[in-house]
Design a binder for this molecule. Structure first.
Ligand SMILES: *[C@@H]1O[C@H](CO)[C@@H](O)[C@H](O)[C@H]1NC(C)=O
Ligand SMILES: *[C@@H]1O[C@H](CO)[C@@H](O)[C@H](O)[C@H]1NC(C)=O
Ligand SMILES: *[C@@H]1O[C@H](CO)[C@@H](O)[C@H](O)[C@H]1NC(C)=O
Ligand SMILES: *[C@@H]1O[C@H](CO)[C@@H](O)[C@H](O)[C@H]1NC(C)=O
Ligand SMILES: *[C@@H]1O[C@H](CO)[C@@H](O)[C@H](O)[C@H]1NC(C)=O
Ligand SMILES: *[C@@H]1O[C@H](CO)[C@@H](O)[C@H](O)[C@H]1NC(C)=O
Ligand SMILES: *[C@@H]1O[C@H](CO)[C@@H](O)[C@H](O)[C@H]1NC(C)=O
Length: 382
């Protein structure tokens, strides 16, 4: 009797929730987080323009056109290409939205980031929808055969579920939402891993607290950056070079007044879809084997290549409040050292960072590379 009553209660509860949402597509928790991480300037804009955006006639027209395109794609050929292209932000969509952003007084940061957001979205759609080869295929490829009947069924069902929902999402959120679903389908949610990075007592909370009362002047370098080197064997948490770079970095760190922080850097990279995070494993090694205290470590757990080790390292420095222009010591080995200097330009191109002399982040990046090599040469004859 009690069981029966509570079942009825449950069913009534579910029905109430479904009708409150009026059958709009149910959003998974990772989606808003991921979209805020990938498109931060748009997310900020959206908070204050949620209602005014769709009242612009150019946007409501585009919404209607794209909605027709997506519905039409429910029986298109050849899959998956036709479906993925329906979601892509075309040049004309991009221009319409750019004009509407300007008309809405969007921030300069959003206006200049918008072409990058379009590129990024279309790139996700091509790689994780259509199975195109990414820049680093061995670690970043789609997990499934894009044109297999299973993946096509998944894409078709996802499209029917999202494109048939009423009211449809306004552009560009329809494309962002499809792209984030594809990242999730391929278990590529590392960008929102460690949401408590800067508060957790086992992650960067203690370092951030310490940075607030730090006399940076005392130190020769703002930090010692340790780019990770992932293992190639499944189940191995940290590679031989990962351990060794940590040890060398700890030996520099032990010299008085060298640097206030160690920044181990690297995400879940090698091997493909590993569950280990390079930065975290190096931090554990530094603490467990090299007696470095947690408050002396600020991990950077998102980088996927030397380029992003450097860019994201600069972001960590900014967060810690490091003085602009203070040098960083990069501890690595001769192989990566020889890659780092030629990577300067690549870092800027590949990550799409704008070169703008007023941009603090670029100052930090330039500072990382400087005119004099910051990558110290260890174990090299040169
Ligand atoms: C949901 O439907 C109700 C009643 O039909 C309506 O009053 C409400 O505005 C709708 N909500 C949304 C978000 O469309
Ligand atoms: C609908 O799809 C068909 C075939 O896939 C295509 O030829 C046509 O241009 C599409 N129409 C729209 C409005 O996208
Ligand atoms: C944009 O800013 C201008 C000048 O400050 C103002 O006149 C206009 O109403 C604003 N438009 C919107 C859509 O907020
Ligand atoms: C977008 O990507 C194209 C190549 O796919 C490139 O030529 C262009 O510079 C990129 N634009 C931005 C803003 O990143
Ligand atoms: C990466 O791992 C996934 C899941 O195990 C697998 O389907 C895919 O083929 C792998 N990709 C590469 C390039 O090894
Ligand atoms: C799937 O794509 C591959 C390469 O892109 C192609 O060789 C293969 O014939 C395609 N399979 C089907 C069923 O279309
Ligand atoms: C999607 O909807 C269309 C139109 O109702 C239907 O023909 C098609 O079979 C559906 N596709 C999937 C994968 O459910």
């Amino acid at each position: 009797m009690t069981l029966y009553a509570s079942l009825i209660g449950l069913l009534v509860g579910l029905a109430a929730r479904a009708s409150a949402a009026n059958n709009t597509a149910v959003v998974e928790n990772y989606q808003p987080q991921l979209e805020a991480r990938l498109f931060p300037e748009f997310t900020k804009f959206w908070e204050s323009h949620r209602t005014s955006w769709q009242s612009q006639s150019a946007i409501s027209r585009l919404q209607t056109d794209r909605y027709a395109r997506l519905q039409n794609a429910s029986s298109c050929h050849p899959l998956p290409y036709c479906l993925v292209s329906a979601y892509a932000i075309s040049q004309s969509d991009q221009d319409t939205i750019a004009t509407a952003l300007k008309a809405s007084n969007a921030s300069g940061a959003l206006i200049s980031a918008w072409p990058q957001y379009v590129n990024g979205t279309n790139h996700i759609l091509r790689v994780y929808g259509d199975g195109d080869s990414p820049l680093y295929p061995e670690i970043d490829s789609i997990s499934y055969t894009a044109n297999s009947s299973e993946y096509e069924l998944f894409l078709g069902t996802l499209n029917n579920f999202t494109a048939m929902s009423q009211p449809p999402l306004p552009p560009p959120l329809d494309a962002f939402a499809f792209a984030s679903s594809l990242l999730s389908a391929n278990d590529r949610l590392e960008a929102i891993a460690y949401p408590d990075l800067w508060t957790s007592p086992t992650l960067n909370g203690p370092a951030l607290r310490r940075s607030k009362h730090l006399n940076w002047e005392r130190y020769q370098y703002a930090a010692i950056l340790i780019p990770g080197e992932g293992p190639e064997i499944y189940g191995v948490p940290i590679s031989p070079l990962g351990k060794l770079r940590s040890r060398i970095a700890a030996s520099f760190f032990a010299k008085p007044n060298t640097a206030p922080f160690l920044i181990p850097s690297g995400g879940n990279v090698h091997p493909n879809l590993t569950t280990y995070t390079e930065a975290l494993e190096m931090s554990k090694w530094l603490q467990g084997q090299l007696n470095v205290k947690v408050e002396d470590i600020a991990i950077e757990p998102y980088a996927r290549h030397t380029t992003t080790n450097l860019r994201n390292g600069a972001r960590v420095l900014q967060r810690l409040g490091a003085p602009k222009g203070k040098k960083v010591l990069i501890v690595t080995d001769v192989s990566q050292r020889d890659n780092i200097m030629p990577t300067v330009t690549a870092a800027v191109i590949e990550t799409g960072e704008h070169i703008n002399e007023n941009d603090e982040m670029v100052d930090q990046i330039q500072n990382l590379f400087g005119e004099t090599p910051k990558a110290i040469s260890l174990f090299s004859n040169s």
